[in-house]
Ligand binder design. Structure first.
Ligand code: 9MR
Length: 550
């Protein structure tokens, strides 16, 4: 070991012992004091205030120079100290036996609540990239965001580093290391520190929701044009301020997760009687009922999302005898499973909630980012015509009047659009599709005119009805980002209204979530309400667009 390496290791150890690995000195003294029976409540409360103001900033600092590390397992992994694999000093940590993208190592980061943190680490892996991510729960809604991502190779270490502001209403805060593919990861020199001044929040600060009663109503303002929708989850509907806002603002909803195949398919039941379910996997609908009830009881229609997708669809569906250790099932078996799945979902829905689902996303995200069709397990098992087949079955079982959609992200980009048009054309010719779903996960730098030209082209070339299905607009970097984002929302909606006026059949615009906290992109603040449901310029922009049409 050379001198530089000894220095790095020693610095890390010193750092750790100074800041403490299991809690700051102040915090420990409060906890210990609290156990003294003679302590009055008054003294305790003074002490705990002191702890809040004067607590040392937390730090996580690991050089993996011996077997005593703080990293905890995340998922099924095995962690092994590896003396010869260091990025610097002695040793690194090997993470292996990974079965899910999120399997890796994790650290509790509750003490970073309400502060900006900086995380960094060195990684070596045959996975193409490794991420440092953060998970936390706000208002019972757990989000997963990336702090830093780095391209990795098997032969040498690459450093990832990034900053993240942890909300002060967050609970169960966990910083972790993951990667999309499942190969081993070597990690070294990992740290999480506070940026700037530190404030200690011993507990999540409860969100105080504002009164939303006097907001203008999006669904009312847009009622002569198209439906306005939102993505939901059952735990948001449980909260009165959310439920009230949804009822007031929206007349369409899309279940964010609970209508997807991984919620509907019943693995236990299917494999208990494989012969019975060989061509028609068992389904269950418990997860989706809360949201369907809410929609029915409050006069919202539903966009059913989604029947066929490469994501959130369990792999076992695609295997012979549902055994992922064996071979993929043959085309005929998969066509039968596809037909029965579509039939069972559509029939159950219509029987239990007649007329509620206005549109189905029959196929989601079939275009590959690199061009052509995505080589999903549907593609691999059924073949190139799986989209045509899916729409044919959907048409066969869809109730009269239910609209059938194809749905995708970045569908305004030229190459992707051309691919989509190519593979949808036969479906259009067969008369089995009604609409194009533009997901629209965009940001303030995306050209609105390019987007609108693409939207117009779907109509011109395929004659399809259009839904904007998952709108969110990530903020820009300017200090004035709220206003900039508000202006973007306003222009976006103005142009949508213009296209509609010029004959493009746009029949709904759905936002992908309610407030920034519950967005899947929460760190980019992409939605129209703040965490406390106060309205953002983005909301006002949408209202102004409809009230100031040329
Ligand atoms: O909003 C959904 C999020 O809660 C899930 O974690 C995620 C997992 O795939 O799916 C999100 O919704 C996706 C939608 O179904 C399809 N388009 C992209 C959306 C964002 O990932």
């Amino acid at each position: 070991m050379n001198i530089k390496k000894i220095g790095a290791a020693a610095a890390c150890i010193l750092f750790l012992s100074a800041c403490g690995s299991t809690g700051s000195p102040e915090q420990q003294s409060v906890t210990e004091s609290a156990s003294e029976e003679s302590m009055t409540e008054e003294v305790l409360s003074i002490l705990s205030e002191t702890a809040v103001e004067n607590t040392e900033p937390p730090v996580i600092c690991e050089s993996f120079s011996d077997e005593n590390f703080l990293a905890e397992k995340r998922g099924t992994v095995i962690l092994r100290y590896s003396e010869d694999e260091a990025a610097s000093d002695k040793g690194a940590l090997r993470i292996f036996n990974r079965n899910n993208s999120w399997d890796g190592v994790q650290y509790n980061a509750d003490k970073f609540r309400g502060n900006e943190l900086e995380a960094e680490g060195s990684f070596r892996s045959s996975n193409p990239s490794v991420r440092i991510s953060i998970q936390y729960t706000v208002n019972d809604n757990t989000s997963y965001n990336t702090i830093a991502s780095v391209n990795t190779t098997e032969s040498s270490y690459s450093k990832a580093s990034g900053k993240y502001v942890v909300p002060k209403n967050a609970e169960n805060i966990i910083v972790y290391v993951e990667s999309d593919r499942l190969e081993d990861i070597y990690i070294d020199d990992f740290s999480v520190k506070v940026c700037g001044d530190y404030t200690y929040y011993p507990e999540a600060v409860a969100t105080e929701f504002v009164d939303t009663s006097d907001y203008p109503s999006l669904k009312e303002e847009y009622k002569d044009y198209f439906r306005i929708g939102t993505a939901t989850s059952p735990n948001l509907l449980d909260k009165e301020p959310y439920a009230k806002l949804i009822k007031a603002q929206y007349n369409s909803m899309t279940m964010g997760n609970s209508f997807k195949p991984d919620s509907i398919l019943d693995h236990n039941k299917t494999v208990r009687d494989i012969d019975k379910y060989m061509y028609s996997p068992a389904v269950k609908f418990d997860a989706v009922k809360t949201e369907l009830d809410f929609a029915r009881d409050n006069g919202l229609t539903v966009r059913g999302h989604t029947l066929l997708w490469h994501n959130q669809t369990p792999d076992w569906l695609f295997y012979k005898n549902y055994d992922i250790g064996g071979e993929l099932a043959d085309r005929e078996t998969m066509l039968a499973r596809m037909e029965n799945y579509i039939k069972n979902v559509m029939e159950w829905t219509e029987e239990n909630y007649p007329g509620l689902v206005r549109a189905w996303d029959v196929v989601n995200e079939a275009a590959d980012d690199g061009g052509g069709m995505r080589k999903s397990l549907w593609y691999q098992t059924v073949g190139e015509d799986y989209i045509e087949q899916a729409f044919m079955f959907a048409r066969k079982y869809a109730p009269e009047g239910t609209k059938l959609f194809y749905n995708d992200y970045n569908s305004y980009q030229t190459r992707k659009q051309n691919d989509i048009i190519t593979f949808l054309r036969p479906v259009v010719e067969a008369g089995n599709i009604d609409g194009m779903g533009m997901q629209s996960h965009i940001n303030v730098d995306i050209s609105i005119s390019q987007y609108m030209t693409a939207l117009q082209k779907y109509y011109d070339e395929l004659g399809l009805e259009i839904n904007v299905t998952e709108l969110d607009v990530c903020r820009g970097k300017s200090d004035n980002w709220q206003q900039e984002q508000g202006d973007y929302y306003k222009e976006f909606m103005s142009e949508i209204l213009k296209l509609r006026k010029n004959g493009v059949p746009i029949t709904s615009v759905t936002l992908w979530g309610i407030s920034d906290t519950d967005s899947w992109l929460s760190s980019d603040y992409p939605l129209i309400f703040n965490d406390d449901l106060s309205r953002k310029p983005a909301f006002d922009g949408m209202i102004e667009a409809v009230n100031n049409q040329e």
